[in-house]
Design a protein around this ligand. Sequence first.
Ligand code: NAD
Ligand code: UD1
Length: 336
Amino acid sequence: MILVTGGAGYIGSHTCIELLAAGYEIAVLDDYSNSRPEAVKRVQEIAGKTFPVYEGDVRDEALLDKIFKAHDISCIIHFAGLKAVGESVSIPVEYYDNNLNSSLALCKAMKKHNTTRLIFSSSATVYKDGNPMPLDEESDTGCTNPYGWTKYMSEQIFTDAAKANEGWTIALLRYFNPIGAHASGKIGEDPKGIPNNLMPFITQTAIGKIDKLQVFGDDYDTPDGTGVRDYIHVVDLAKGHVAAVAFCEAQSGVHAINLGTGNGTSVLEMVQAFEKVTGVSVPRQIVARRPGDIATCYASCAKAERLLGWKAEKTLEDMVKDSWFWQNSNPNGYEE
Ligand code: NAD
Ligand code: UD1
């Protein structure tokens, strides 16, 4: 059985569906600090399968003990964590506490219960600014905010733990920018309060919840002056995790692997793609750069293809269409 921490969240919920479709048994552990039980209910509806769900904190070692005793956990996919960069600057201690202590608690549980495989949600944010593009896994690392450091430090914790425990296999999956939603329109990203990322801002502007999309800077050294990122469909990303589970069954050691598409898309290109696919216009205004942003960030995905036999397949149009279908079908997210 695979233990999915943070399985009620955006990426976790989509991954649960793909794991179930591939025939894996799963259990979910989530404290719903940034998600709702409704997401898990919908995963079960889409998959036509039920699975054990534990409400609680990954840092709760007694709860982990209970879960590992109740099930034969062969692999953990660790999505649970706090993820808002700006918030991490305001409440760094909460970020270090949650994200590092959950990694440590899982290492202890793995050792205690002889689980040898773990897949960790890392991020492109572990790469230092100033690297040549595309970023491959040998690019220089270094962070600029507490959230990024929790990813960097968790990678180090898992790497050291794997060195000390023979037979452990750890996949450090470095995600680029996940967007999109399940094609059913039943699950998707449901940011609490004001969104942080571009796509929820676009869809919420298109639906009229937000007056205007603010485009953060048009004077970057990019073809149209706006920031360029590597957007990946969340279902492709979810399938990358299924491929990583199979990889970890066959390999040992620690492997950092980028999950992106290898394509860069600017803010204005994204807005244009959205308007073209949906026929809905997105009012926008150019404002100052957002502090801490970089001009361009996209992945080399050669290692994922080589090791996992995985490649992102969905187009920018798919990403936009599915994000919009989810937003339109659920104007208030999971709240209704
Ligand atoms: P999310 O907030 O939707 O999902 C995280 C889930 O973890 C939530 O359901 C939350 O309730 C739960 N959680 C948080 N702390 C917990 C704890 N201590 N115990 C139990 N549950 C806890 O976020 P997401 O976008 O699905 O991201 C999943 C992971 O991927 C995170 O670790 C995030 O840092 C990482 N990541 C996300 C992105 C992105 O753009 N979404 C990019 C790179 C990396
Ligand atoms: C953010 C995180 C990063 C994380 C990544 C993937 C920050 C500073 N960084 O990066 O750590 O790994 O998400 O989840 O939050 N934009 C606008 N207007 C908006 C929102 C965004 O113009 O309202 C622009 C940004 O300037 C950027 C692009 O859109 O050029 C993408 O922004 P965003 O979705 O926040 O992702 P990242 O900046 O890549």
